[in-house]
Design a protein around this ligand. Structure first.
Ligand SMILES: [Zn+2]
Length: 501
């Protein structure tokens, strides 16, 4: 889908047709009109920002036999036509990703010496120029140092830091920013109108969000939608076809959050596999749009922002701060889901909607983890208690305080969690019962699991299968001096979160 049909069809053919590239096109048009064409240009920007489209328009303009007064190529002379159908002998487009060696550039150097055959200028567009090898860059540099007459190089790159400074310094550099929301929306409006299709604003917003500032991706995503288009196409169909479930999921989660229903949120997290970082980033993107609409007092972003209508702007800023901090926390944490759960607790607390009743009465079904390729089955209805008749259980009970103490050196959160948990041992399966899902997430994290299994093995002298289940009513095997209810101090103590809010 790299070059979608729509993208080709609506690719701008003149400077005037470009949307949101006025900064670059104004300079190039001036050069065309004043006939002061440079030898080398470098276009830097992320994918789909119009680098090669502009390179082609510029190539046409400097070879056009019938240039428009405003500097646009005519698109009807033989040169323009042959560039449009890729048959123009004096325009060579090279993909440096597949022609990156010294031989390719030597070949180019030889050809450069010959005068243009049919145009005024011979043009080399080298895409992804940063992919060239060091030797190839050196060979290219020699050509740039003594450029033959009427040869124009246009380099395009997504990674300017990988292009040698010696090359960049010999080029006119143009930076292509990502397309703005407004520009992408006007492109979408234009194309949907020409294609005679009607899309709701929230669908257009979704396309733009997914396309991340790329004209090409915007057209490619629109094309995917056209493949299933009908008059009654709805938002959810589009979410599916664009493979973007997060937005719907995101709305559900925030709805629960504003209801103060932590339990339902945790339940959703248990039942869905979520990409926490995307979830937080998408939430921030959505909230940014809410804030902009509210500040401008108009629907600048075409989103359904009813969800936040009862939340004051100050509180929304607090939410943003908590989410930004969460992204930082995720980077250094072993469990991103814990960071997100914590963020929600803090947001609810800030909104004053966190009440004890909403704190996990978790109906968590243990997701049994495979260890050593053994599938473990446990009868969940069985009351899990320490089997006093079992010799190993007794041994473990005796050693439990020591086990907890030993885990301190590995991770003091682990020892704190274990101190508030209980356990059972049956059929070689060691099950830790914990009061909260985030305890479980930490304990079954591979490194924690490996460490803890090792300690237990050293106590009972054999390998065990370790699992963890959540039961909010669990009585800790060692009764902690604190109550088993979660409170802010517990959270701060367990996660070293001090003065974070
Ligand atoms: Zn022309």
């Amino acid at each position: 889908m790299k070059n979608s049909i729509l993208y080709q069809k609506y690719r701008p053919q003149t400077f005037s047709e470009l949307i949101g590239r006025e900064d670059v096109s104004r300079i190039l048009v001036n050069e065309v009109l004043s006939n002061s064409i440079g030898n080398a240009y470098i276009f830097f920007g992320s994918k789909g920002t119009g680098k090669t489209s502009i390179a082609r328009i510029f190539s046409k303009a400097i070879n056009c036999l019938n240039l428009e007064k405003n500097g646009d190529p005519c698109n009807s002379c033989t040169n323009c036509k042959s560039i449009n159908d890729s048959s123009f002998m004096d325009l060579l487009e090279i993909d440096a990703a597949s022609n990156r060696g010294i031989e390719d550039i030597r070949d180019l150097k030889n050809k450069v010496q010959f005068a243009p055959t049919s145009g005024k200028y011979k043009i080399y567009i080298i895409d992804e120029v940063h992919m060239l090898t060091k030797d190839a860059f050196n060979a290219l540099l020699k050509t740039l140092e003594e450029p033959p007459e009427n040869v124009v190089f246009i380099f395009a790159t997504t990674e300017i830091n990988k292009v040698p400074e010696t090359i960049i310094s010999r080029c006119q550099r143009f930076d292509f920013l990502k397309a703005s929301y407004k520009d992408l929306m006007s492109q979408l409006n234009k194309v949907t109108k020409l294609e005679k299709i009607k899309l709701d604003d929230d669908i257009k917003d979704l396309i733009i969000t997914i396309s991340e500032g790329s004209f090409r991706d915007t057209m490619t995503n629109l094309q995917k939608i056209l493949s299933i288009y009908s008059e009654n196409l709805d938002y959810n169909d589009v979410v599916k076809i664009l493979n973007f479930p997060d937005i719907e999921f995101l709305k559900i989660i925030w709805e629960y959050l504003f209801e103060g229903n932590l339990e339902k949120i945790l339940d959703q997290f248990e039942r869905n596999t979520i990409d926490v970082v995307s979830f937080v980033k998408n939430s921030l993107d959505f909230i940014k749009k809410v804030l902009v609409n509210r500040t401008l007092e108009k629907q600048y972003y075409k989103i359904d922002d009813k969800l936040f209508e009862n939340i004051t702007t100050d509180k929304i800023f607090n939410i943003v701060n908590i989410l930004i901090k969460t992204l930082d926390d995720i980077r250094i944490s072993s469990s991103d889901i814990i960071c997100l759960e914590m963020a929600f607790v803090f947001i609810m607390k800030d909104l004053n909607i966190l009440n004890k009743e909403s704190i996990p009465s978790v109906s968590y079904k243990p997701n049994l983890i495979k260890t050593k390729s053994v599938e473990v089955k446990v009868n969940l209805n069985k009351t899990i208690s320490v089997n006093k008749d079992n010799f190993i259980s007794d041994k473990l009970r005796d050693a439990w305080p020591e086990i907890i103490s030993r885990t301190k050196s590995f991770n003091h959160h682990m020892s704190a969690f274990l101190a508030k948990s209980n356990f059972s041992f049956e059929d070689n399966i060691f099950i830790i019962q914990v009061p909260f899902p985030f305890y479980r997430d930490m304990l079954i994290e591979p490194k924690s699991k490996e460490y803890l299994s090792g300690i237990i093995k050293s106590v009972i002298g054999k390998d065990i299968i370790l699992d963890c289940i959540v039961d909010k009513n669990i009585k800790p095997f060692i009764v902690s001096s604190k109550s088993n209810n979660i409170d802010e101090d517990d959270i701060k103590e367990l996660f070293d979160i001090e003065n974070s809010l």
